[in-house]
Design a protein around this ligand. Structure first.
Ligand code: WQD
Length: 336
């Protein structure tokens, strides 16, 4: 069975491609290489000995998307990752985020409708909850005004899917990720953002290896135990496996609603300072960091209630925080 993975050379996308190939799916990747490199394809192939087909396409280019689908109408399902995803960056580049994330989604959905394709998995985000009123966060928590353009693109994306589903039999699963971190145990693929990392873990590992002088901790005056933000960190492999479970659910037509929503997180929250302490313990490296002012768009705390995902998707996270940090550090050392 052919599965299209957009953004398949990205951090989560590449790890999901590996898990799909391990399950016997034939994977086709579309990526515009805006935040990844074609060398990721070699990493995937080295792990699975199966080189996925790769098309370098910018999904904002509707003609290119339509041309692709004209010659690929036998795709059984689509997993849509392709989007920009840094909360902090989106507050500085709102128009780019709206254009990139929404035009790409609209073009993919239009092509699916035109070609009668209906199995769709959307890379959504816990940022749609804004600062949730209570922890842990369930799927019933209200979608609140997003605190960043990135979060808003995910909210609008979910609304676009809902509105299309009212007039087209799209069968979709929205996976609301919490904080994906870590890397494949081989050290052959991992999180390798181009340029200065916006996310915490790559910034920590790049500081530890000497690429960055110090880590800026964005604020220690939040409403949390130690004043730094609390997040639910989930291993990227556990997250990738959740996509395979969701895809199987759609392909077997086990979904009970046209659009199903699942929180994909570990169910535990760790603060930035706790992350730093864990990293220092796991690696034996003293991390150079400074407390600085808050970053626009950050919420105080967010961690998942993953009960529904565990019960319905037949999925559960297996990696510990130490596993995640050790794998991220191994990746950084192999790719310095
Ligand atoms: C985590 C914490 C920062 C960098 C991510 C993804 C987003 C979504 C949700 C999937 C925050 C602090 C960070 C730094 C810091 N996931 N921090 N210094 O903002 O929670 O969003 O998860 O859709 O796509 O980006 O993750 O890693 O940027 O920040 O102190 O140099 O670390 O303030 O509290 P975030 P993050």
């Amino acid at each position: 069975m052919k599965i299209l993975v957009t953004g398949g050379l990205g951090f989560i996308g590449s790890h999901t491609v590996v898990e799909l190939q391990k399950e016997g799916y034939e994977v086709i990747i579309i990526d515009n290489l805006s935040n990844s490199e074609s060398s990721v394809l070699e990493g995937i192939t080295a792990i699975t000995n199966q080189k996925p087909a790769f098309h370098q396409i910018d999904l904002r280019n509707k003609a290119a998307v339509d041309q692709f689908f004209d010659s690929h109408s036998d795709i059984a399902g689509i997993i849509h990752f392709a989007a920009s995803k840094a909360v902090g960056e989106s507050t500085k580049e709102p128009l780019f985020y709206y254009e990139n994330n929404l035009f790409s989604l609209i073009n993919i959905l239009s092509a699916m409708k035109e070609h009668g394709l209906d199995k769709f998995i959307f890379s959504s985000s816990c940022t749609v909850y804004g600062q949730a009123d209570s922890m842990p966060i369930t799927e019933e928590a209200p979608v609140k005004k997003a605190l960043s353009p990135y979060g808003n693109t995910k909210q609008i994306g979910e609304e676009i899917i809902a509105d299309l589903s009212a007039v087209y039999p799209l069968q979709s699963i929205l996976l609301r990720y919490f904080n994906p971190i870590g890397a494949h145990e081989s050290g052959l693929i991992g999180e390798s953002p181009l340029g200065v990392p916006y996310n915490l873990i790559p910034y920590i590992t790049q500081t530890a290896i000497g690429k960055r002088e110090y880590l800026s901790v964005y604020g220690d005056d939040y409403n949390t135990a130690d004043g730094t933000c609390v997040r639910d960190y989930i291993h990227v492999i556990d997250l990738a496996k959740a996509h395979v479970c969701a895809l199987k659910r759609l392909l077997k037509q086990q979904n009970t609603e046209q659009t199903e929503i699942f929180n994909i997180g570990n169910g535990k929250g760790y603060s930035v300072l706790e992350l730093i302490q864990s990293f220092e313990r796991v690696t034996g490296i003293k991390l150079n960091y400074k407390i600085e002012k808050r970053r626009l768009g950050d919420v105080d705390q967010a961690w998942a209630d993953n009960t529904k995902s565990q019960q319905t998707l037949d999925w559960k996270p297996t990696q510990t925080l130490d596993d995640m940090l050790a794998s991220a550090w191994k990746w950084e050392q192999k790719n310095k």
